[in-house]
Design a protein around this ligand. Structure first.
Ligand code: AMP
Length: 608
């Protein structure tokens, strides 16, 4: 088996790593540099990648592509708010996004492929043998098309991308947090241009992203920017010179400010010396001064942290581990504020620039079989669910869920005295059962006959680490149980998966409409059945006028029930409900009352 490397394909910098003797390590270039700037320049002499591309960024801005990660898997419409940040030009088109380079155009995955190829070549030179397989990391908030675009970039670079891993998961793997029996982890990632925070849970080696928040335009570059503005003002005051309109001077100031900022992460004070035309600028800077300037930006990262906690339904004291990622987490003020917020000392022993790549290497090693005491992390390619009344699908496990996984839901019956229920297990992305792949059918029999809506049937979907699905159904009142084992991906080729996912996008609207119509009709049927039964039992409890009202409303609903007008069916159902309010009250039958009012149609299993 060929080597599998771990790659952090970053917005600003990218890295490649591998595991040697159980320890993950970053692979450096011959000059000893771990970081490869994610920059690609298209010059008349050929394509430059990394440092050489960065060096000519100022000279050739229109043909030097950076931050391309922001555009991966996105359409022209999606990126309008990014355009003002970019010196390069995009071609407006309905399909794949294209960046103009001279007379031709390139797609974001093609640009990323150059970066990946450079990393692959670095690894090949290091090992002295071909490298064809990789694990690549992406932000937790990346959607399917952004992940797919990343995979495509790998393919173009000649890499078989075995797994796409979330960056916060990789950072946690680098710190060995998969070994926690159970815990919650906050991953705080502040790089050069982006900030994100993710709350993960880990249990028995399986990570789940509970929430993520951030700001795609906040990072160390902003720290540099406020420092530059402050230095420009200081130069105006001390030397009576305005350098703000001089691009070269600004660039010098930016480089000087960034270097000073980095030194102040380790020293309390530093001296800035910058030669300009006609004078040399000397400035002593203290850490406290710089903290005063960047303080508001650091505070701006805490709001998203609180929101992520809130979305995850957690308070800071429920976080067990905090992991720091990204070069800007070296800033002592950042570390203090993160520690204050979560009330824990963050993990920072590893290099924050390298931690994601190191984790990707750990994942690669798991896949290669070198680490056997860990479970594989995998995801379900398509959603898994159950057919419910009216032929609609109730999804229990959405696609892309990490496995092993388990989902439970309560269902009930729609017909009085139902002694058995039929369970139909389905796989796919469509709303209607008939458009999905049927995986299995089985029966839960021996349910004691009860009125409709009374049985409580708990259905559990369990997928183990090998992708084997077990479906169990249990009637909670009687304890009756039935189960079946299904292999969910059996026989599905990649092309089939791709086709099914594509179809679900194509048919999304018509599917939703069909589903809503069926649900509305089902709701109407349920209401009509129960009202008819209530009338049979309790007609004497209400006045003749009220009875006539109920019968009229029922008839009006019956007339429209099979039509296509969803709103009309819903309206008349509501009218029947209203007309029977007094009758229902009078009958004091809790089960019946429940069925008349708010039971959701998709929680009712089809009759046997
Ligand atoms: P990343 O995007 O993770 O590579 O982070 C890059 C950012 O980290 C840049 O803004 C750097 O200026 C910043 N950075 C790197 N080293 C340090 C340091 N020692 N102190 C403060 N910021 C740093």
């Amino acid at each position: 088996m060929s080597r599998i490397v771990g790659i952090d394909l970053g917005t600003t910098n990218s890295l490649v790593a591998y595991v040697e003797g159980g320890v993950p390590r970053v692979i450096r270039d011959p000059e000893g540099r771990a970081l490869l700037p994610s920059i690609v320049a298209y010059t008349p002499d050929g394509i430059l990648v990394g440092e050489p591309a960065r060096r000519q960024l100022v000279r050739n801005p229109a043909r030097t592509i950076y931050s391309v990660k922001r555009f991966m898997g996105r359409g022209y419409e999606d990126i309008q708010d990014e355009l003002c940040h970019c010196p390069f030009e995009f071609l407006a088109s309905a399909d794949v996004l294209r960046i103009k380079v001279g007379d031709s155009a390139v797609t974001p995955p093609e640009v990323s492929a150059h970066v990946l190829r450079a990393l692959r070549q670095r690894a090949e030179a290091f090992f002295g043998e071909p490298v064809e397989q990789a694990v690549i990391t992406v932000p937790a908030y990346f959607n399917d098309s952004q992940r797919q675009a990343t995979k495509d970039a790998g393919r173009v670079a000649g890499l078989d991308v075995l797994r796409i891993v979330n960056e916060p998961t990789a950072a946690s793997l680098a710190y060995g947090l998969q070994k926690l029996a159970q815990g919650t982890i906050a991953v705080y990632d502040l790089g050069g241009g982006t900030f994100d925070v993710s709350i993960l849970s880990v249990k028995d080696g399986i990570f789940e992203v509970l929430a993520t928040h951030g700001n795609t335009h906040l990072g160390g570059d902003d720290f540099d920017r406020v420092l530059v503005e402050w230095l420009l003002a200081d130069i105006r005051e001390t030397h009576r010179v305005d350098l703000s309109k001089d691009p070269e001077a600004r660039q010098e100031l930016r480089l000087g400010a960034e270097a000073a900022k980095c030194r102040l992460s380790f020293d309390d004070r530093t001296l800035l010396t910058l030669p300009f035309e006609g004078f040399t600028y000397h400035r002593a800077l203290t850490r406290a001064e710089v903290e005063g300037l960047i303080g508001p930006l650091v505070e701006a990262t805490l709001g998203p942290c609180r929101m992520a906690l809130k979305d995850a339904g957690l308070t800071p004291d429920r976080i067990d581990e905090v992991v720091l990622v990204g070069g800007s987490t070296r800033v002592p003020l950042v570390r203090r504020r993160v520690q204050d917020l979560f009330g824990r000392v963050p993990h920072s022993q590893l290099n924050p620039d390298e931690v994601v790549a190191l984790g990707a290497a750990v994942q690669a090693q798991i896949l290669a079989g070198g680490i056997t005491d860990m479970l594989l992390l995998d995801v379900t390619p398509l959603s898994l669910g159950l057919e419910t009344l009216g032929g609609v699908v109730s999804v229990l496990i959405p696609r892309n869920t990490t496995i092993p996984t388990m989902a439970k839901e309560l269902f009930t019956t729609s017909v009085d005295g139902q002694g058995a229920v039929d369970l139909h297990v389905l796989q796919g992305e469509r709303e209607l059962a008939r458009d999905n792949r049927s995986l299995a059918r089985f029966e839960l029999s021996g349910v004691d006959p009860m009125p409709a809506g009374m049985p409580k049937i708990e259905v559990t979907f369990l997928i183990d680490a090998n992708g084997i699905l077990q479906v169990r159904a249990r009637e909670l009142r009687t304890g009756k149980e039935a189960s079946i084992e299904v292999r969910p991906t059996y026989g599905l080729t990649e092309a089939e998966v791709a086709r099914m996912v594509e179809e679900s996008f194509e048919h999304a609207e018509e599917d939703v409409n069909a589903r809503l119509l069926i649900e509305t009709r089902t709701e109407a049927d349920t209401v009509m059945t129960h009202v008819e039964r209530a009338l049979a039992q309790g007609a004497g409890l209400v006045s003749a006028g009220e009875l006539a009202g109920i019968r009229g409303a029922l008839q009006a609903l019956r007339e429209v029930r099979s039509g296509q007008d969803r709103d009309l069916i819903r309206e008349r159902t509501i009218e029947v409900n209203k007309a029977t309010e007094r009758l229902a009250e009078a009958m004091m039958d809790a089960a019946l009352k429940g069925a008349l009012s708010s039971r959701r149609a998709d929680e009712i299993l089809g009759p046997k």
